[in-house]
Design a protein around this ligand. Structure first.
Ligand code: CP
Length: 359
């Protein structure tokens, strides 16, 4: 049984195949109108969403399937204390596939270990957002005509911006990719991604503060919102919230064939005046998300015909350490075993299998 929890669950070949399917859906939508007839998708959203939830629902409806679910935790039995594991077991009785957004890091992973149908991570805390990455990949492919040999600038909240984490993990596997990480030092990319993804694979990157200085070299600029809901301190958010605003003046510093992406929603980090620039691709990116989610649903339902559950990879697992990340699902889930993995043996670093924080 395949699920999509991290973008690393799929090989580059599988990502390329999903992009090809999405492009075929765009070209020949009628071919897919009944592809999921009699199939049901549950959208279990314990956190707010516009694009992800509704594009999942539109995707399933356009494939001829049906949708059920909830859009806030307060209307589910999670508000009575039901665990993620039990919720996943129950939903497996009702639907063929489920998409889960949750504020706790690792919650969709726990669901996937307990469900008997495919589980899709629709965003878990500040950790991962792999289906946004699918939208990003199709957008870069359509806007630039390639996914290799690109200089990609990632700007804003690189610490809590889960879309950035998943996008780096995906793009680092294509050749000729270079990253420019543009952020205040307080919102730097987490060490586990710099270490495990960029440094470990020799991916070139630089960390800078100035968006203006970075602009001229970029093929893709990926703007992000400062993630107010992830900050422990309101004062810290207030101090950092206006760190970057992409405006018409800064756009003039960019290449004529650069494209600007943003997972949205935006607050003030892209001036509305930039929307008229043909290089602004973020609304096309939101549409691409629907096509990639259609391709993903098709793939996972096809693979679910072989219901065998993938065993937990036992290499390097350690059971005697407790994750101290207060945002990890293991901090609240009843009787969830604390498990970590030796991920960087040369440094003796263990990481929680749910949230990937150092333990
Ligand atoms: N990009 C994204 O995840 O948007 P929503 O929060 O509206 O789903």
């Amino acid at each position: 049984m395949r699920s999509l929890i991290s973008i690393l669950d799929f090989s580059v070949e599988e990502l390329d195949a999903l992009i090809a399917t999405a492009k075929d859906i765009i070209a020949y939508p009628d071919k897919y109108r009944e592809a999921c007839k009699y199939k049901k998708l549950a959208t279990l959203f314990f956190e707010p969403s516009t694009r992800t939830r509704l594009s999942f629902e539109a995707a399933m409806l356009e494939l001829g399937g049906s949708v059920l679910g909830f859009s806030e935790a307060s209307s589910s039995s999670a508000s009575k204390g039901e665990s993620m594991a039990d919720t996943a077991k129950i939903l497996s009785c009702y639907v063929d596939i489920m998409a889960i957004r949750h504020p706790r890091e690792g919650a969709p992973y726990v669901a996937s270990r307990n469900a008997t149908v495919p589980v899709i991570n629709a965003g878990d805390g500040g950790h991962n957002h792999p289906t946004q990455t699918l939208a990003d990949l199709l957008t870069i492919s359509r806007e630039k005509g390639r996914l290799h040999d690109l200089t990609i600038g990632l700007c804003g909240d690189l610490k809590y911006g889960r879309t950035v984490h998943s996008l780096i993990e995906a793009m680092a596997r294509y050749s000729g990719i270079r990253f420019v990480l543009i952020s205040p030092k307080e919102l730097r990319l987490p060490g586990y991604i710099r270490g495990n993804v960029l440094d470990a694979h020799g991916i070139p990157y630089e960390e800078v503060f100035s968006l203006e200085e970075a602009m001229p070299q970029l093929d893709v600029l990926y703007m992000t919102r400062i993630q107010r809901e992830r900050f422990d301190s309101v004062e810290e958010y207030e101090r950092l919230k206006n760190s970057y605003v992409l405006d018409v003046e800064k756009m003039a510093l960019g290449k004529s064939d650069m494209c600007v992406l943003h997972p949205l929603p935006r607050v003030n980090e892209i001036s509305v005046k930039v929307d008229d620039d043909p290089r602004a691709a973020y609304f096309r990116q939101a549409l691409n998300g629907k096509y990639m989610r259609m391709a993903l649903i098709l793939k996972l339902l096809e693979e679910a015909k072989n219901p065998e559950k993938e065993p937990l990879d036992s290499e390097g697992l350690v059971y005697d350490r407790v994750c101290t990340n207060p945002k990890c699902i293991s901090a609240v889930e009843q009787e969830l075993p604390h498990i970590c993995r030796l991920t960087e043996p040369e440094l003796g670093i263990h990481r929680c299998i749910y949230c990937e924080q150092k333990v």
